[in-house]
Design a protein around this ligand. Structure first.
Ligand SMILES: [Zn+2]
Length: 232
């Protein structure tokens, strides 16, 4: 299983769930679900990366959490949350295993292990969202951009990220000019190379030094809740 959460299921649970998992390819910027709308499917990314974003009345949207092959989007609906509290948008195109919400819900009620996994995963999404609030209020744009690029790299498994500066500014909730200045600084330091519509990470360790503590904090929370020993 390319999705880490599905990979943690017992062989019998996975076997039962598998007929309900439909692989599908999604393009970058595809909207999977809207805020305040009922969710009908749950999304387990294999290679795609999903952003959970909050939209404002002005049309602006800011990212609250990023979900990739280590997680699932829309699972709270399977835990009876029913509606989504954020918009789910494909940030990096790729494959996602799409599962019918009712099927996942009935399996979760029958499998304590699956139920626990979904609940712990929702905790990691909440952890990301509250970390994003602290990060937005406190940390500099360069540190936040570094954190964001590292997370996108972890989830996509690629050093080449097809993001425009407009998109990065939107996700980080800052002006485009701020992203331009910061990207220039990171490039001058040899950490990234940017060209029209894409960013290449050249020095991961250097970028980790440049990132705020939020990168490691979220990673640590994820490892504690969903790491190899978390189910014991
Ligand atoms: Zn931060």
């Amino acid at each position: 299983m390319k999705n880490f959460l599905l990979g943690q299921l017992s062989p019998s649970d996975l076997k039962r769930l598998e007929p309900n998992l439909k692989p599908a390819r999604f393009e970058q910027h595809h909207v999977l679900f809207e805020a305040d709308e009922e969710i009908r499917h749950v999304y387990f990314p294999s290679s795609a990366v999903i952003s959970l974003v909050i939209t404002l009345s002005t049309g602006e949207m800011i990212e609250a959490a990023m979900i990739g092959r280590d997680g699932v989007a829309g699972a709270s609906a399977a835990l009876d949350g029913r509606i989504s509290l954020s918009r789910g948008i494909v940030q990096l195109g790729g494959e996602i295993m799409v599962c019918d919400i009712e099927a996942l819900k009935s399996f979760a009620l029958e499998s304590p292990k699956l139920l626990a996994l979904l609940i712990r995963h929702e905790q990691t999404v909440f952890a990301q969202a509250q970390q994003s609030a602290a990060c937005f209020a406190t940390h500099q744009v360069a540190a936040r951009l570094s954190r964001w690029l590292l997370r996108a790299r972890d989830l996509s498994g690629s050093d080449m990220l097809p993001f425009t500066q407009e998109y990065l500014a939107e996700m980080l909730g800052v002006r485009r000019t701020s992203v331009t200045v910061v990207a220039h600084t990171l490039q001058a330091a040899g950490l990234i190379k940017y060209s029209r519509g894409r960013i290449q990470i050249l020095n991961t360790e250097g970028l980790q030094d440049s990132a705020c503590e939020c990168y490691e904090t979220v990673k640590g929370q994820y490892a504690r809740l969903l790491g190899a020993n978390s189910s014991k």
